[in-house]
Ligand binder design. Structure first.
Ligand code: AMP
Ligand code: ZN
Length: 495
């Protein structure tokens, strides 16, 4: 018998790919009518690169889809300001302690600075605010309590800290069977560890050293492990089991298997044949944004930050559009051309909306309403099929182009679809989309004045002057675009 309260809130059944079972599953909320989602957030030791931001665009679209389907969403994203080592697998130094050692600023100031920078990117990408930004250092007491609860049965102490024994839970590493074997080589050898995959849940400050961030615990003064943080914050804020846990595919290897092991230990749960025993019913992972020349790496000088795209004259929502054009489970290759194409597609949409706004009239009858319904049903079906966003964009374009639909109805469709896509289509203007590259020396006023003079010259058939003015602009990096189908009169070279 099916439980009616677990039926999808509206429209097509929502199916999502669960990395834990490696299959598409119907979304059945733990709490009827609700959706509780936890997303692994940034480690705030540096600026996020645009690859990191793909993970949050994905989580945002997932949240918007759940809202669109009628679920009451509670989304938590954490901010990791302690405990994440330079290698995910227990090796190296704490990323924030390392950044602080290289800087005159305190670790707290560094965390604050990069958290603000991350939030600025979140805003620029029109990512909705989650119900909670959980900051790891606000939950140290809860982490100690959690660790105390599992220490007796599942952990052992070494001079360097408290370690989790992965053989004490069923199915360790199921999420990443193949990936963990690969990852195993990277796990640091620590004297006394019972199994290679065992990991620190509390790290003692070595004798004679002082960390900027350290707390007292039953296992000595020190700091929590990164995996512990996410288990504690997700469990405390959403309750085990919650609905969906998200992160990038790299987290399938170590971070999430370790979170799962801790959750199983904390809840006293058995095998992962029942996915909810992992702490979440569904684990979802976005594939990577890749860039061939290595500019994504934070260790490369000018790495790909959202601000770099903006400085080059690309509106940040062009980046969001680029993400939406690929399925979240596919790798997406970044290129400036690809970004330019996404910007053009966004411009076309914005211009179509602006045009429709100026139109009025049109009768609404049953046939027309049916036509609108077919488009919206297609959209619902596409997003409900494991967030098939690339398939929704042509439907949006179709909604804008279907002349038979009255303007108000077309705008209504755009509004509904954009609630999921988050491209701000009803408020973004053509002028806002044209960003001035930072390196440009010429002002918009100057361009407009020169263009006005050129128009006069052309009207007077003075083509010599008109060409000279065009060359004058070209010398300043401004390309005049006569007859541009988008009605874009000029642009400043973007790269
Ligand atoms: P971090 O700040 O390193 O913990 O990463 C934040 C999020 O970005 C995590 O969910 C990662 O899995 C994800 N991530 C890291 N690199 C990429 C990438 N190139 N493309 C997409 N997601 C990424
Ligand atoms: Zn996490």
């Amino acid at each position: 018998m099916t439980d009616q309260t677990e039926a999808p809130a509206s429209g097509a059944p929502l199916r999502l790919f669960n990395s834990l079972t490696r299959q598409l599953e119907d979304f059945r909320p733990v709490h009827p009518g609700e959706a509780r989602v936890y997303s692994c957030g940034p480690t705030v030791y540096n600026y996020p690169h645009i690859g990191n931001m793909r993970a949050y665009v994905f989580a945002d679209v997932l949240g918007r889809t759940l809202s669109f389907k009628g679920y009451k969403l509670t989304h938590v994203i954490n901010i990791t300001d302690v405990g994440h080592l330079t290698d995910d697998a227990d090796a190296g130094q704490d990323k924030l302690e390392k950044a602080a050692a290289q800087s005159a600023q305190s670790i707290w100031d560094i965390a604050q600075h990069y958290t603000q920078a991350y939030w600025a990117d979140i805003k620029a990408l029109n990512i909705r605010q989650p119900a909670e930004w959980s900051i790891a250092t606000d939950y140290i007491e809860d982490m100690i309590e959690f660790a105390k609860g599992i220490a007796g049965k599942h952990c052992y102490e070494l001079p360097s800290g408290l370690y989790f024994d992965v053989s004490t839970v069923a199915d360790y590493g199921r999420l990443a069977r193949a990936a963990t074997e690969e990852g195993e080589g990277r796990i640091e050898q620590i004297d006394g560890k019972r199994h290679q995959a065992d990991f620190a849940i509390w790290r003692k400050t070595p004798q004679g050293e002082k960390r900027q961030m350290e707390w007292d615990s039953p296992w000595g003064r020190g700091a929590p492990g990164w995996h512990l943080e996410c288990s504690v914050m997700s469990g405390k804020l959403l309750g085990f089991p919650f609905d969906i846990h998200t992160g990038g595919i790299d987290h399938r290897e170590i971070h999430h298997p370790n979170e799962i092991a801790q959750n199983q230990a904390f809840c006293g749960c058995g095998s992962l044949a029942e996915p909810a025993n992992s702490g979440a019913r569904i684990w979802m992972h976005n594939n990577f944004l890749v860039e061939r020349s290595g500019k994504m790496s934070k260790s490369s000088g000018e790495f790909l930050r959202l601000q770099l795209l903006i400085d080059k004259g690309y509106h940040p929502l062009a980046y969001r559009m680029m993400c939406l054009q690929a399925h979240y489970r596919s790798e997406l290759e970044f290129s400036w051309d690809g970004l330019g194409a996404a910007l053009t597609r966004l411009k076309r949409l914005v211009m179509a909306v602006e045009k429709i706004r100026k139109q009025t009239g049109g009768d609404v009858n049953t046939k027309i309403l049916m036509q609108a319904k077919v488009i919206l049903d297609g959209f619902d079906e596409a997003i409900s099929d494991d967030l098939g966003l690339p398939r929704t964009l042509p439907l949006l374009e179709q909604a804008l182009d279907t002349k038979a639909l009255p303007p108000s109805l077309r705008l209504h469709l755009v509004e509904q679809m954009d609630a999921v896509l988050g491209l701000n289509l009803l408020s973004l203007t053509r002028a806002e989309l044209r960003l001035r590259p930072k390196a440009a020396t010429v002002s918009e006023d100057e361009i407009e004045t020169t263009l006005a003079r050129r128009k006069e010259a052309r009207a007077a058939k003075d083509f010599a002057t008109s060409d000279a003015l065009r060359d004058e602009l070209a010398a300043k990096g401004v390309e005049v675009m006569d007859g541009d189908p988008l009605g874009w009169d000029w642009k400043i070279g973007q790269d």
